[in-house]
Ligand binder design. Structure first.
Ligand code: ACM
Length: 519
């Protein structure tokens, strides 16, 4: 494929040089993530003063409007949307057609000298076809054009995610929206929002105002950092913004650990913790705690249309010291035959899973949940402990759907170059661009025939050591481009050198947005 692709690129360069239109700018097909099938023909489509996007189904309009905005922002082009009840051979038009029988998120894009046709079975595919078209546009002598091609494309995995921790350091909705724009252009479709942790609780909950009045102040680097959180209006705005870009927003409310901000706000439901981990847990043996969780998730379920709520459930042992002496907890363990504190933790997770299921949602948890007794019908596992690959195997064998996000190579708070000083490492291991690009090689044998249970993969950015936007950009990019291609493009079509050349082109777009990536 690689040789074919190179040959095709050379061939295309020659044909475009020879093209009789006087359109002599040699163009490459630089789409990221790499599409499944590209057939290149000669000639190009030239965009006029305005180009009309003709569509029929009005549910497509919000996504089409996103593309119109992007064409203006990136290239200064004026596209207009026009609802047509029949296919009319208008000049300089992009024709949108919904067709039956194509996979979810798949699209075909046909660029001819006088028209462009984008087909898909639904709005996700149409949006992605138009995103590919945006990446094909180039400006030469003030004329905007796209090369004639036929692209048939679809994603490898349905879950192509990015997680941002805004608890350790807060990043406002404008940063989130900018990242959603970039995610959309990379055909990433899941935004996992890590909304609460030790440092702060960052989402308004009407029933529990102290969560933000008290719990939203402070950050990892400054305990006195001013209050910072999203109002429910902010959340609705971001969720809607994401939906127009085919991105589902999954909230994470971490429990029963990582709950220090809750303990500060409502000490009556704190399960304690010691030393550095003071107030780290929810109290797992009080009905008041489950009432609180039930009420919080009622509001969360209304704010986020996603069919999932993420409850974290990681690293409880860091701060469950008080559980060993708390009389209520000890009594609860005995009365309910839970054996020990781990049994208590598992009870908590099962109970919270029931609450989430009662809201019509599935629970997601970090890989700590696989032995809690929650069932694969009710919960999805995020595998993160790369040093325990057996947890991936066990999750699959137990029948869970799994999202892969092992620290190596999916945690972008790890450094990406040996010379970098700030950021994590695991022994000698860290996450260079090419390490990220190689994923999921290394775990394919573990997955084996259970690949249908792999929903996909995700990059996670924890922000303990990321205090400002420049640093966030630097740690996220360009590695997010590699995850996007890992999740979209089958292994046979991936090639690191070719990827690198497309990364360079994509950097023009990042530059335009003012994103300060690691070059
Ligand atoms: C995690 O990194 N604690 C999920």
């Amino acid at each position: 494929y690689y040789i074919m692709n190179k040959l095709l690129k050379v061939l295309y360069t020659i044909t475009s040089l020879l093209a009789v239109y006087g359109y002599t700018h040699a163009q490459q097909i630089n789409i990221l993530p790499q599409p499944q099938e590209i057939k290149i023909s000669s000639g190009s489509f030239t965009f006029g003063k305005t180009t009309t996007i003709r569509y029929f189904d009005s549910s497509l309009l919000p996504s089409i409007n996103v593309i119109i905005g992007e064409a203006k922002k990136r290239y200064g082009l004026n596209f207009t949307a026009h609802q047509s009840y029949m296919i009319k051979e208008g000049g300089n038009s992009i024709h949108i057609q919904l067709v039956e029988g194509m996979d979810n998120e798949a699209y075909s894009l046909e660029i001819l000298p006088h028209k462009i046709i984008c087909k898909a079975s639904g709005k996700a595919g149409i949006f992605y076809g138009l995103q590919s078209l945006l990446q094909l546009i180039s400006i030469d002598n003030k004329k905007a054009a796209a090369p004639c091609v036929v692209i048939n494309d679809k994603p490898l995995y349905p879950w192509r995610g990015y997680m941002l921790d805004i608890s350790r350091h807060f990043f406002g909705k404008e940063t989130v929206k900018q990242y959603l724009d970039v995610m959309a252009s990379l055909k990433l479709n899941r935004f996992h929002w890590h909304l609460t942790d030790e440092q702060a609780w960052r989402i308004e909950i009407k029933k529990y105002p102290k969560l933000t009045e008290i719990g939203s102040s402070g950050s990892w680097s400054d305990v006195d950092a001013p209050h910072a959180f999203y109002t429910q209006e902010d959340i609705k705005e971001v969720v809607a913004y994401a939906a127009e870009r085919n991105i589902m927003v999954i909230p994470e409310i971490d429990m029963p650990g990582h709950a220090t901000a809750i303990s500060r706000s409502y000490p009556e439901i704190s399960g304690g913790g010691e030393g550095r981990w003071k107030g780290f847990t929810y109290h797992p043996a009080k009905e008041l705690t489950y009432e609180f969780i039930e009420n919080v998730f009622t509001e969360i379920a209304e704010l986020f249309p996603a069919p999932y709520i993420h409850i974290g459930a990681d690293e409880v042992h860091f701060g469950n010291q008080s559980w060993f002496t708390d009389p209520l907890i000890q009594d609860f363990i005995k009365k309910n035959y839970l054996i020990d504190e781990i049994g208590m933790e598992h009870y908590f997770v099962r109970r919270v899973c029931e609450i989430i299921n009662s809201k019509g949602k599935k629970m997601i948890g970090w890989d700590e949940i696989i032995n809690t007794g929650v069932t694969p019908k009710k919960a999805v596992v995020m595998w993160w402990r790369h040093d325990k690959p057996e947890l991936l195997t066990q999750s699959l064998q137990k029948g869970f759907d799994v999202i892969m996000t092992p620290r190596i190579p999916c945690y972008f708070d790890f450094v990406q170059d040996d010379s970098h000083k700030i950021g994590r490492r695991w022994g000698k291991a860290f996450n260079e661009l090419h390490t990220v690009y190689a994923f999921p090689s290394g775990v394919e044998e573990r997955i084996g025939k259970r690949d249908k249970q792999i929903l996909g993969m995700q990059a996670n950015v924890w922000t303990e050591r990321i205090a400002d936007k420049g640093r966030l950009d630097f740690m996220t990019f360009p590695r997010l481009l590699a995850i996007a291609e890992d999740a979209w493009t089958p292994k046979e079509l991936k090639n690191y050198n070719d990827f690198e050349s497309r990364v360079k082109v994509f950097m023009n777009y990042l530059n335009k947005l003012g994103i300060k990536f690691f070059n």
